[in-house]
Design a protein around this ligand. Structure first.
Ligand SMILES: Nc1ncnc2c1ncn2[C@@H]1O[C@H](COP(=O)(O)OP(=O)(O)OP(=O)(O)O)[C@@H](O)[C@H]1O
Ligand SMILES: [Mg+2]
Length: 360
């Protein structure tokens, strides 16, 4: 499928992010001088829609998606959505300069040698990162297993909707950062979306993707530890965690478990960031870290990450350069914006600027 043919700039798309705790929806009006937020909503999920990275509860997920669209009076039927980072295999390669069609054919031909899956079981796409010495191109190849894409597409089709674009959460994250922080574009930044079950990391500079990776650590890490250590049910533990995060008084033992785990989560980020970054062979350091995702809201986590990494760590404001239609409650927008960053990054999607798996 060719993205250029599908998406004109005036066409309206609805961004849908299937998180494991909630489905999130964003719609922007891209026709005004600055993108303007027209829709912004989420619907918490009572059931787990994922098994691993595959949406296996498609019936339930599509019902909830329809309910969310209805509640937000969304009539548009074309969806842009994202694959979760852990479901995506990425590899940077170099190839001789050639035109896009030739690149596509050659990458399809060669991918079998570096993709850890059967080539017939994946959808492949690529993004030209830039020119490399020796008349070559740096290319980022992306592969997603068919069953993972199909889970998402089936769920959207079941709701009577059409999938226009399938993106990858790393790139949605990079999109929303680049749009909002032009002043930091020339720096090497690590963007971290801390979800509930995993975190996506994208390291970028000058509009280029230097590294993408994920970690199976997120908001659930702390909730599950409270569950185990205090013998609570998941919902109780989640409630307790959010109370403590809001600064409410909780029993001392809970406080201690949370404190230890915030430190543990921060040290995991520090360890993995150093590992990822040295493995990628980068010479320069990371100038700044931007955090987003619901898990980043855990009280004290940002400060711990800054302390352990020794790198300035900020919250990413995904609405910094986006206008909002009248009628939105500012407090609601501020509270929800961290969990909406991927959706907002998707809703900014422009024809041809990022990757999508073929054959959608
Ligand atoms: N105020 C808060 N303090 C601490 N944690 C919070 C707060 N608000 C949300 N969270 C946590 O954020 C997580 C949900 O974030 P988010 O919506 O980004 O995840 P998700 O997209 O559903 O999950 P995933 O991306 O892993 O599939 C949960 O673990 C939740 O407990
Ligand atoms: Mg998420």
């Amino acid at each position: 499928m060719d993205i250029m043919k599908l998406l004109g700039r005036s066409e309206s798309l609805v961004a849908v992010d299937f998180g494991s705790t909630a489905i999130k929806l964003v719609e922007l009006n891209m026709r005004s001088s600055r993108p303007t937020l027209t829709n912004f909503g989420l619907l918490p999920l009572d059931e787990d829609i994922y098994s691993g990275n595959v949406i296996t509860h498609g019936d339930y997920a599509s019902e909830q998606l329809l309910a969310l669209l209805e509640a937000n009076s969304v009539d548009d039927k074309r969806i842009v959505t994202a694959m979760p980072g852990p479901s995506v295999f990425t590899k940077k390669i170099k190839m001789d300069k050639m035109d896009l069609e030739e690149l596509r054919t050659n990458i399809q031909f060669e991918a079998g040698s570096f993709i850890p899956h059967n080539i017939d079981a994946v959808q492949l796409d690529f993004h030209v990162l830039g020119e490399a010495p020796g008349n070559q191109l740096d290319i980022l190849v992306v592969a997603v297993k068919n069953e993972i894409i199909d889970g998402v597409l089936d769920c959207i089709a079941l709701a009577g909707l059409e999938t226009a674009i399938v993106d990858v959460d790393y790139f949605a994250l990079q999109n929303i950062f680049e749009f909002n922080y032009p002043e930091h574009l020339s720096e090497t930044v690590a963007l971290i979306d801390i979800g509930s079950r995993f975190s996506s990391i994208c390291i970028c500079r000058d509009g280029g993707t230097l590294f993408t990776g994920d970690m199976s650590i997120g908001g659930n890490t702390i909730t599950e530890e409270l569950e185990t250590q205090l013998g609570l049910g998941f919902d109780e533990a989640e409630e307790l965690k959010k109370q403590a995060s809001a600064g409410e008084q909780v029993e001392e033992r809970a406080q201690q478990v949370i404190h230890e785990n915030v430190e543990h989560v921060a040290s995991e980020f520090n360890r993995q960031l150093s590992f990822f970054w040295s493995a990628s062979g980068a010479e320069e350091g990371i100038d700044r870290i931007f955090l987003t995702g619901g898990g980043s809201l855990m009280k004290g986590l940002r400060e711990q990450i800054a302390e352990q990494t020794g790198i300035e760590t900020l919250f990413l404001d995904p609405l910094k350069e986006i206008d909002c239609e009248e009628g939105f409650d500012e407090k609601y927008l501020k509270e929800l914006s961290p969990v909406m960053s991927i959706g907002l990054g998707l809703s900014l999607r422009e024809p041809g600027d990022r990757i999508l798996p073929e054959g959608v």
